[in-house]
Design a protein around this ligand. Structure first.
Ligand code: SGN
Ligand code: CA
Length: 530
């Protein structure tokens, strides 16, 4: 890294060094970036969605009440590996090259933790990495194998000779344990940056032992679009991520008794592998927890909408059980910061690598530019800059903004290749949107053909109107079905995004404006495919 690109300067009134006890202590802020995997804003009670009111998240709510809740936090490509590469580089997917789940991070790129290291920070990543290469820019890492497992997962560190080693415990808890251990061991005279990346609540939503029966008696509300017919939306009609057709009996729904009905064979293999990771005691408790409900389902022989509703309840219950464990662990991190006098000088960011469908449009998974997966949860607590606690910020922010934010906190100049903007301006401004803030967001999804078969698309949103262009050659089951379809939504009157109004003449002015914006993004950032 060219050291000319780095310029350290004193931050506001915060002294860079203090000399208590004759030890030179660097007092720049610490950074904790908690990024979960597939966490929907619908399941954080601070956001107020009906599901979350029945399965509250008190610790995340505490974070929001002591910090700032972003209501318009988005990703630029709703998928894990691209989102993680964007976090690290501050670039759009086509710029860092990690457009899909493969092929792995381009290791010639400079990632923000390297710049922090050069500026005197200690850095660590613990949990999901998913970029198919050795982590770079971290003094310490302890990463999960690929997507990772919920029960007794395997981790790799610099000391395990390239091998992944099985650990005893539940992934969500272990990842917090390792994070707090690293914080204990760190050099207390230097600021730190910790990326704490849980596996949860990624598919296949396996709850912790103590929560296997949590919410058994709760009936979660059904989304208005659970039985969506996809009228006027071609790409939505050809996906393979529906609760009705694509959830497997064993792997997803935990009805081991019906696994012979699953025709995607790898899911049976993965299901048996996941169960096989458990200790005999864990396995016995697991089987006991699901037994009665599974037998009742088989006895009732549900069909049609009733069966979809049953699947929905099973899915949501398992998902929010995983969230309960996550929320507990957030509480542990907050308590640790309090006990160690770190609360005031640490920025703690809670987000997810993307949002997730909780049955909206009949779906699980993500990928589409529709709201539930385009948007991602974002809560920031930073007492130094967020003075008006518990406020909301409605500015359009995106995961390209994290790297610039963290660099600016460390007093490192933002490199020219980063396309985002530091969120500090919003924090200092009580969440109000400055006049020169971005007016639109660019989004681009590439991973097709691939699991869930979501067609490629890019688009722009101004927070109200959303213009999406689905494009590309049909492959696999879509062979011959090339697509070149435009969709437009006015989310102020159609928050469910059911009415594609692209073909209504009265919207021509809006369409013209958004197409111009889209062209500007494609030209300015040299997007070659669309
Ligand atoms: C796995 C999941 C998919 C999921 C992708 C991407 N199947 O392939 O359902 O869409 O990961 O998820 S699983 O059977 O292996 O769970 S991401 O979070 O990594 O983007
Ligand atoms: Ca994810």
């Amino acid at each position: 890294m060219n050291s000319l690109k780095l310029s350290l300067f004193l931050l506001g009134t915060t002294p860079l060094f203090s000399f208590a006890n004759n030890v030179k202590k660097d007092t720049r802020p610490n950074i904790i970036h908690i990024m979960t995997d597939d966490h929907s804003f619908q399941t954080i009670s601070a956001y107020g969605h009906p599901i979350s009111q029945l399965a509250p998240t008190p610790n995340l709510d505490r974070l929001a009440s002591e910090g700032m809740l972003f209501t318009k936090g988005y990703v630029e490509n709703s998928l894990s590996a691209p989102s993680r590469a964007t976090l690290l580089t501050g670039m759009y997917s086509h710029m860092h090259g990690q457009e899909t789940l493969g092929p792995g991070l381009d290791t010639t790129l400079t990632v923000f933790p390297e710049l922090l290291q050069e500026a005197g920070y200690q850095t660590a990543i613990i949990g999901k990495w998913h970029l198919h290469c050795e982590p770079k820019g971290f003094d310490y890492y302890k990463i999960l194998y690929d997507q990772g497992d919920y029960y007794n997962p395997e981790f790799k560190t610099k000391d395990t000779n390239g091998k992944y080693v099985r650990e005893e415990g539940y992934a969500t808890t272990l990842i917090t344990d390792y994070s707090l251990e690293w914080l204990d061991k760190r050099d207390k005279n230097k600021p730190f940056c910790l990326l704490l990346h849980p596996k949860a609540p990624h598919r296949n939503w396996m709850p912790e032992q103590k929560y296997l029966n949590l919410y058994d008696d709760v009936e979660f509300p059904y989304p208005a679009t659970l039985f969506d017919d996809y009228k006027g939306r071609k790409a939505a009609s050809t996906q393979e991520m529906s609760i009705k057709n694509d959830m497997t009996w064993a792997y997803d729904l935990k009805v081991d008794q019906l696994k012979e009905r699953d025709n995607i064979k790898w899911t049976i293999r993965d299901w048996e592998r996941a169960l096989g990771r458990m200790t005999p005691e864990e396995r016995a408790a697991w089987d006991a927890a699901y037994k009665d409900e599974n037998e009742e389902l088989i006895r009732k022989n549900l069909k049609g909408d009733d069966l979809i509703k049953w699947k929905y309840q099973r899915y949501i219950r398992d998902y929010v059980r995983c969230i309960k464990s996550l929320d507990d662990q957030i509480g542990r991190v907050l308590d640790y910061l309090d006990k160690n006098g770190l609360t005031d000088n640490t920025i703690i960011v809670y987000t997810s690598d993307q949002g997730f469908y909780m049955g909206e449009h009949g779906w699980f998974d993500k990928r589409f530019m529709y709201e539930e997966s385009f948007r991602t949860p974002l809560i920031i607590r930073y007492p130094e800059k967020i003075k008006n606690k518990g406020i909301k910020c409605d500015a359009l922010v995106q995961n390209i903004d994290f790297a610039p934010t963290y660099l600016s906190l460390a007093g490192v100049e933002q490199p020219s290749w980063m396309v985002g903007r530091s969120l500090i301006d919003l924090m200092e401004n009580d969440g109000k949107t400055p006049a020169d803030w971005r007016k639109t967001l660019y989004y681009h999804y590439y991973d097709y053909p691939a699991i869930h078969m979501v067609r490629r698309h890019d688009g722009v949103s101004d927070g109200r109107y959303k213009l999406i262009h689905f494009y590309g050659k049909g492959k696999g089951k879509d062979t011959g079905n090339d697509i070149d379809e435009w969709e437009l939504y006015d989310t102020s009157v159609d928050s469910l995004e059911l009415n594609n109004i692209y073909n209504e003449e009265e919207n021509n002015i809006v369409i013209e404006y958004l197409k111009r914006e889209l062209s500007l993004y494609r030209e300015k950032y040299k997007v070659n495919e669309f």
